[in-house]
Design a protein around this ligand. Structure first.
Ligand code: TA6
Length: 302
């Protein structure tokens, strides 16, 4: 852990609505209360764990079996997958979804301005990251908590070498029941089915209903709307800087197989991830940057 509770509290001292606590020993989180919503953000992975407008059920899902320990991925909220999405392209020994989600980020600033709270986190390379990814980088995560939740990931290459990355804001949306949702925004696009050996993109004819394991990279720049019939609400996931949307649900067997997910956990969430994945891989030139952003909010079912 880089910053102490005292140091974090000092950075946030201008806004009593933002407070620091430990979700587990050595696992600091920032609790945010705005006039219209509340949120919890962990320093570990700059990971949003909770967000909901006032008087609404949670919008993000966190597994009740999620591990809150240094160096271990936390199942739920919005993990930041960087600098590679999924398995490492050359070396399967390297951690799935990169290393940004398993490191403590530095809190740079935080405060409440009217109805909007903003937290800024930074991740810089060190010996460990260089062993996994031999490039210079500067990652900045800006999290805005208001009547919507905005997560912006800016990736800069301050070095002299050009390199490509893949990444995702791996959002776990909380649901009433996975079998009673309709997912809109992918109809008419093509997807790569990560459950199949066939790399050929498949055409998505209709809106998506989930009746089994799904793990797909949609080649789409569109927003997604999740109609949640049991909760009488819709959740929208807007995005920028992304040509791919990943939709994931592990369903029964994988839910049982994952130690940090209850056997029936699959019923309570769907991942809708704004990503740069598959063929969508930004190139970071020397002094160049790329920004990936997602905006999440609620709408009436309509
Ligand atoms: O985003 C979908 C996915 O890549 C799935 O293949 C599944 O593995 C999921 O992420 C969770 O990955 P994790 O490494 O967090 O267990």
């Amino acid at each position: 852990m880089t910053q102490s509770i005292e140091q974090l509290t000092a950075i946030l001292s201008g806004s009593p609505e933002l407070s620091v606590s430990e979700a587990e020993p050595g696992f600091p989180v920032i609790e945010v209360q705005t006039p219209v919503s509340s949120a919890t953000v962990a320093l570990h992975g700059a990971q949003v764990l909770k967000w909901a407008p006032t008087d609404h059920p949670p919008v993000l899902y966190v597994s009740p079996k999620a591990k809150m320990e240094a160096g271990t991925p936390l199942r739920g909220g919005i993990p930041i997958c960087w600098p590679w999405f999924g398995e490492h392209p050359e070396d399967p020994e390297k951690p799935s979804h990169g290393f940004a989600r398993t490191r403590f980020w530095e809190l740079v600033s935080g405060g409440l301005d009217g109805k909007v709270a903003t937290l800024v986190f930074r991740l810089l390379p060190d010996e460990e990251s260089k062993a996994l990814f031999p490039h210079d980088f500067e990652l900045t995560a800006t999290i805005r908590v208001a009547d919507k939740l905005r997560v912006k990931l800016q990736m800069k290459n301050p070095g002299e070498e050009i390199y490509k990355v893949s990444c995702a804001l791996h959002t776990y949306l909380s649901l009433g029941n996975i079998e009673r949702i309709q997912l809109e925004g992918v109809k008419g696009s093509h997807y790569v089915d990560r459950l199949s050996d066939d790399p050929e993109p498949v055409y998505q004819e209709k809106n998506l209903q989930i009746k089994g394991e799904v793990d797909r990279i949609y080649q789409s720049m569109s927003s997604v709307l999740v109609r949640d019939l049991d909760r009488y609400r819709s959740v929208f996931v807007d995005k920028a800087g992304s040509r791919s949307t990943v939709i994931w649900n592990p369903w029964k067997e994988k839910s049982k197989a994952l130690a940090d997910l209850p056997d029936k956990g699959y019923q309570e969430f769907v991942c809708v991830e704004c990503a740069n994945a598959g063929t969508d891989k930004p190139t970071l030139r020397p002094n160049g940057s790329h920004t990936l952003e997602t905006v999440i909010g609620l709408r009436p079912l309509g």
